[in-house]
Design a protein around this ligand. Structure first.
Ligand code: MLC
Ligand code: AMP
Length: 463
């Protein structure tokens, strides 16, 4: 079974450099030895949290958990205490892998990337939960998305097929290691297919240009910054594929990448709950604004508001649903929410509005809810931020929205009502309680929030 060897090239390929982060490298044999030493420390735990800094220790930790069959819970390195406490409590993580911090309530296991163990672990079943990845909803605190080894493997294999991803590729990116894009595609994909990974720590145009890769991953904000730096973008012309995902790629950025590198970017679409499901192909059409067709094994369908199937004519809008082996196994401790997002026949309701044309090409048009914001490719729930703001002295009401932004796609703006002497200090409050990328970029104090006759805030009037 393919999925039983989730990290197949790492465990059975010839020894060569596996991962380089910030200039420091581990060969496959050394990564396996160091990760096995982690597995020795965590084996038997029900779940283990990983302080997912952009460092080799994160890769060693996650691989160690996978070897031992222990679900890994990646945590943003700048998670504030409110977010961290919730994730640790909800996941019941028993250990923390990585650098310690003052607000930890569980034992810290330091990760030594120079440690080696030769212990051997049984190949885990495909049903085993590999990762519990926390992601924002429209309201409340982030939910733990349970991802099985089967789901990860199915998505990665579908993408390898679409992109002709082989050991001859050198993968380059600098994305965070606590989300699907950077961790699943960007690390586990490289270890599954045996392409060396160069992680640039930060996804800057200069670092991408210097890395000499063949396959590059970025969110639209990264590509928008790349095309603004002409010398960097021209040096990416030698790459085989530039791949964009996690948010809509603006048409001018697509066009500039095409013009300045000589080839159009690959766009692909996914979610924490479904992994990556739809993509354009290395050998297929690349159409600006469109994300391609379902990868092998994945099915999609569009529902109209009335619940019937929408026409695939490239114009009729519908709610996108996904079926197939890449789906998650539910939200941890939250069967009601899981049931609410699934259809009776086992498809996942993405919350995205899309059109599909008669060739099966998909275009993501927007989201059903204004309360899920995508900023810099990060998914951020308005409710989570409003909750933090409302707990601050003087804040009587709060409404958080995403407004269009050339760099970030959407920029978080908080509207607050109350007696607030220092509105900008509210930005730091959110950065410290949740995480830095969830901070509003702007706080606007207003006399009242626009409400309808029922008293519901009309967020459409704020964006
Ligand atoms: C600023 N900073 C503050 C601060 N204000 N720190 C604390 N408190 C404050 N009030 C500091 C930050 O710490 C940071 O410092 C610096 O300012 C810049 O922070 P930023 O503005 O947040 O970074 P920016 O450069 O704007 O980030 C852009 C970006 C980032 C593209 C690099 O948004 C990013 O990495 N996005 C990727 C998101 C992603 O991977 N999503 C995938 C989800 S999976 P310093 O020193 O650290 O620079 C998914 C599925 C799929 O969607 O389909 O892929
Ligand atoms: P996340 O759970 O963080 O992975 O965010 C998933 C959401 O990101 C999806 O539901 C989409 O709204 C959005 N998304 C991902 N990829 C794309 C893309 N290529 N184009 C448009 N939106 C995307």
């Amino acid at each position: 079974m393919a999925e039983q060897n989730l990290l197949s090239a790492l465990v059975s390929g010839p020894d060569r450099t596996a991962v380089t982060i910030g200039g420091e490298s581990l060969s496959r044999a050394d990564l396996l030895g160091a990760a096995t030493a982690v597995a020795d420390r965590v084996a038997g735990a029900s779940a283990v949290a990983v302080g997912a800094a952009p460092a080799l220790s994160t890769v060693v930790s996650v691989v160690g958990c996978l070897l031992a069959g222990v679900p890994a819970v990646p945590v943003a390195p700048d998670s504030g205490t409110t977010e961290l406490t919730h994730i640790l409590r909800d996941s019941r993580a028993q250990l923390w892998l990585g650098a310690g911090r003052d607000d930890l309530t569980i034992p810290v296991v330091p990760v030594d990337i120079a440690a080696r163990s030769g212990q051997s672990y049984q190949v885990q079943s495909a049903d085993t939960t590999a990762l519990i990845m926390y992601t924002s909803g429209t309201t409340g605190l982030p939910k733990g998305v349970m991802q099985s080894r089967r789901a990860l493997a199915a998505s990665l294999d579908g993408l390898a097929d679409a992109w002709d991803w082989t050991p001859d590729d050198t993968l380059v990116h600098g994305l965070p290691l606590f989300h699907v894009h950077g961790l699943v595609l960007g690390v586990l994909g490289a270890l599954r297919f045996g392409s060396p990974l160069v992680h640039t720590v930060r996804p800057t145009p200069q670092a991408y240009a210097a890395a000499n890769g063949t396959l590059y991953f970025g969110v639209p904000t990264v590509w928008s910054r790349v095309v603004a730096d002409e010398s960097s973008v021209r040096s990416l012309a030698a790459a085989r594929l530039l791949v964009s995902g996690s948010a809509p790629l603006p048409l001018p950025v697509f066009d500039k990448l095409h013009a300045l590198t000589g080839s159009a970017p690959i766009e692909r679409y996914g979610m924490t709950e479904t992994i990556i499901t739809v993509s354009t192909r290395a050998d297929g059409e690349r159409r600006a604004g469109w994300v391609g067709s379902p990868i092998a094994g994945v099915s999609t369908r569009l529902r109209t508001e009335e619940g019937s199937l929408a026409a695939y004519d490239g114009e009729t809008l519908g709610r996108l649903e996904i079926g197939g082996p890449t789906l998650f196994d539910g939200y941890l401790n939250n069967p009601e929410k899981t049931a609410a997002e699934m259809t009776d026949d086992g498809w996942f309701r993405t919350g995205d509005i899309a059109v599909i044309d008669d060739c099966g090409f998909h275009k993501i048009v927007g989201r059903e809810s204004v309360d899920l914001i995508k900023s810099g490719g990060y998914r951020i729930g308005a409710g989570e931020i409003e909750h933090v703001l409302l707990a601050q002295p003087g804040v009587a009401e709060a409404a958080v929205v995403g407004v269009p932004d050339d760099d970030l796609g959407q920029r978080i703006v908080a509207y607050v009502v109350g007696d607030i002497p220092s509105p900008t200090s509210l930005i730091d409050v959110v950065a410290q309680a949740l995480s830095v990328h969830k901070r509003p970029r702007e706080v606007r104090v207003v006399q009242a929030l626009p409400r309808n006759a029922m008293g519901k805030v009309q967020k459409g009037q704020l964006t």
